[in-house]
Each structure stands twice: as C-alpha cells, then as structure tokens.
Design a protein around this ligand. Structure first.
Ligand SMILES: C[S@@+](CC[C@H](N)C(=O)[O-])C[C@H]1O[C@@H](n2cnc3c(N)ncnc32)[C@H](O)[C@@H]1O
Length: 215
C-alpha cells in the first residue's frame, strides 16, 4: 500500500468533497450512472476507493439483499466513515486495503465501479488486470467521475505533490489498457457532465483466441 497516499487521504476524510451529502446535481449523475449501467437488485459489485461511502450507500440500496458489494479503500479514516455509514448492512463487505493487495474471487461480479479513484491507482495496468479478473464474462468495468478529465487532472496537479502524477489517462491510453486484457470500451463520455467509461469483454477477441488455440 502507498503509505504516503493513504496518509494524504486520511487528512481529506472530513473535507466537504469527501464527506458532504451529494448535491442534487451529483444525485442526478449517480442516478444516470445506475440507469446507464443497468445496476439493479441482485447485482454484484466491487467498488475500489469507496472513500466515506457516499456512493456505496446508494449502490447498497440499489442492489438490495440479493446483491453483494465489496468496498475498499487505502485510507483508514475513509474506511471508518464508510463502515459507520453502512453499519450492519449484510450485503456489503468493507476492507482497508489497496486494489493491488486484495485477493478477488475470479469471475464473481457484474460490475467494477471506479468512482473518482482511477487516477490514483499507481499502476493502472495492474489495477485493471486484477479487477477485470473478478468480472463475470458479461460484466462491466466502469470509470465514473462527476467532472471531466481536464478538470480532474488540473485539480490533482494543484492539490499536492502526493497526487501530482495521478492523471486520468487519455482516451487512447484507456483503450489500450482494456484492449490488452481482451476488453473494449463500449462508451466513453468526457464532457461538461463529467467522465463516464464502460468497458466490456470483447467477444470477437475471445473467439479469435479460441480459433487460434483450437484450430
Ligand atoms: C478522490 S477519493 C474518492 C472517494 C470516493 N470514491 C468518492 O467519490 O467520494 C479517492 C479514494 O481512493 C482511495 N485510493 C487511492 N488509491 C487507492 C488504491 N490503490 N486502492 C484502493 N483505494 C485507493 C483513496 O484513499 C481515496 O479515498
């Protein structure tokens, strides 16, 4: 775990951006996320970098008793708040860990939801590889931000030396990251409404691989 980064986010846990109730505009964006991705009752989700659990709480209600959500974060202060917020919810497990250190069950979830965390993964290739292994063959890998990439990257450049290199990759870099794992981007929106990427396994790639292996 990157100790410097976890200490940085510990100090941010009481900040408005991390803990305040969502604005009406943010709630509308979360509702759109749920509608667009098809997250529903019974869905199984992994949410890396859950922070204080504001999205976790909404996702938990959406998936209900039949669903399951694994939420984790590298900041103990964030996890403390998230655990209080989600107290006694049996369909959620909350962990203090980095994505790089968590052992995911293979092909076990319908969605990976990276909400405002993707730029902070130190090794994005590794993070995507580990997380995508946990996706079912028809699962979706979501990267979602309330703001667009230029806004996010600019904020990180100015915020602190700890996150100065935490950039959201370009569309092309993102495409290559997923392509390397047999996935393809089905939607990428980066505009004044924020950033939304959805990647799925590329069935053509899988068939080509099968043909190569099996003649
Ligand atoms: C900008 S905050 C977003 C928190 C929350 N998703 C939200 O939108 O309010 C990024 C979070 O990711 C966590 N984080 C950073 N790197 C991580 C990693 N490698 N694995 C898991 N969590 C990480 C940080 O501790 C922080 O809480």
């Amino acid at each position: 775990m990157n100790k410097e980064k976890s200490a940085f986010f510990d100090c941010q846990a009481d900040e408005e951006w991390a803990d305040a109730a969502y604005t009406i505009e943010e709630i509308a964006k979360v509702n759109q996320l749920i509608q667009q991705t098809g997250i529903k009752h019974g869905s199984r989700i992994i949410e890396p970098g859950c922070g204080t659990g504001r999205l976790t709480e909404i996702l938990e209600k959406t998936i209900g008793d039949q669903g399951h959500l694994i939420a984790f974060d590298i900041s103990s202060k964030m996890i403390e708040k998230c655990s209080k917020r989600l107290y006694a919810r049996h369909n959620v497990s909350i962990h203090l860990t980095a994505v790089e250190d968590f052992v995911f069950e293979k092909q076990s979830v319908d969605y990976i939801v990276c909400h405002q965390v993707f730029p902070h993964f130190d090794d994005k290739k590794l993070a995507v590889r580990l997380l995508s292994k946990a996706l079912k063959p028809d699962g979706k890998f979501i990267v979602f931000h309330f703001k667009n990439s230029s806004w996010i990257n600019d904020i990180h450049r100015k915020a602190s030396a700890v996150v100065i290199h935490d950039m959201l990759p370009s569309d092309q870099e993102m495409s290559l990251l997923f392509k390397g794992l047999g996935m393809k981007i089905e939607t990428l929106r980066d505009d004044d409404q924020g950033y939304f990427l959805s990647a799925i396994f590329d069935k053509n790639e899988r068939n080509q691989f099968k043909n190569l292996c099996c003649g």
